[in-house]
Design a protein around this ligand. Structure first.
Ligand SMILES: [Ca+2]
Length: 313
């Protein structure tokens, strides 16, 4: 089988960084056509810079990185420096990137790539707010049917919210964009907090990254060290959830995950529950299923895969 072609749409973010590293460590299965940066965890100039820092850490300065939308479709940007630090990649001390940012806007890159590649051969992997993807779908509706699959991190049902009591960060930042994507008709796999909160970097798992004794292994250990502090304080959990790498791991081994094919809708009007992902887990409505909503993960299998692959970089 030829490797699966993907575009990673991202707002790095330490966990985004690990998701990108996992993809770049797996060239037999995954071909990264490009990385598109979006405003989210930190503002766009930083996410566009961080994406390139991560490519260079992986020894892949050849991967095209495009900057995209600097603000949500119809709202002011909300960021998450309280989780990810001032730079978005706090933790390791990594050099500024030398590789250039591509000239084309991320939205144009997404549209052009989907039109250039054979229909049904490009998977979109959004790891941040869905602004770039929704803007591309709105501007070029013909590309929607050409998408093989969208595998995204966002939303929550049983875990409810992390940025508000009702909403997960990525969806909350641009609920209108999420609404457009969820209603697009493209096949969607969602990694909500329900599953990512089961992928915890315990001390033993962090030690395994560090024990690789490579620049990548050490940087990943330092990144998870950094944002672990926040989650330990907030949730009292034994480690930080590694949200975004669940997307990459699903591409490599979907058997690590299980979920339900259900309807998922986004709240876009209520002040109280803005950005909530209303997932019909119990199938109590007649709304048509539009997504595979993941609920469980083989966490040991996930961390074994991740550590083994990071060792290749
Ligand atoms: Ca992210």
């Amino acid at each position: 089988m030829p490797p699966r072609k993907i575009i990673i749409d991202t707002d790095p973010g330490q966990d985004d960084a690990v998701a990108i590293l996992l993809a770049l460590a797996s060239p037999d299965e995954i071909e990264v056509l490009g990385i598109t940066a979006v405003a989210g965890n930190v503002p766009l100039p930083l996410t566009a810079k961080n994406a390139r820092i991560v490519c260079e850490l992986a020894g892949r300065p050849d991967v095209p990185v495009h900057a995209g939308c600097d603000a949500p479709i119809g709202r002011k940007l909300v960021t998450a420096e309280h989780v990810h630090g001032k730079t978005g990649l706090d933790g390791p001390d990594l050099p500024d990137p030398v590789m250039p940012l591509q000239e084309a806007h991320a939205v144009d890159f997404i549209i052009d790539t989907l039109r250039a590649q054979a229909p049904g051969t490009v998977t979109l992997c959004p790891l941040g707010p869905l602004t770039n993807i929704a803007t591309a779908f709105t501007r070029a509706p013909d590309i929607v049917s050409r998408v093989q699959e969208i595998v995204l991190m966002g939303g929550a049902y049983f875990e409810v919210g992390n940025i508000t009591p009702a909403a997960e960060f990525n969806i909350y930042v641009d609920p209108e964009a999420a609404d457009i994507v969820f209603k697009s008709g493209a096949p969607i796999v969602i990694m909500p907090l329900d599953v990512t909160h089961k992928a915890l970097v315990t001390k033993a798992r962090n030690d395994a990254f560090r024990a690789l004794r490579t620049p990548v292994g050490i940087a990943v250990a330092q990144m998870t060290d950094f944002f672990e502090r926040f989650d330990k304080e907030k949730y009292g959990s034994e480690g930080a959830p590694l949200h975004d790498p669940c997307v990459t791991a699903y591409l490599l081994n979907p058997d690590l995950f299980s979920g339900r094919h259900i309807n998922v809708a986004v709240e876009t009007t209520s002040d109280l529950t803005l950005g909530m992902t209303v997932a019909d887990w119990w199938r109590v409505t007649d709304r048509a299923p539009n997504a595979l909503f993941i609920g469980d993960i083989d966490a040991d299998g996930f961390f074994a895969l991740l550590t083994e692959r990071l060792a290749r970089l």
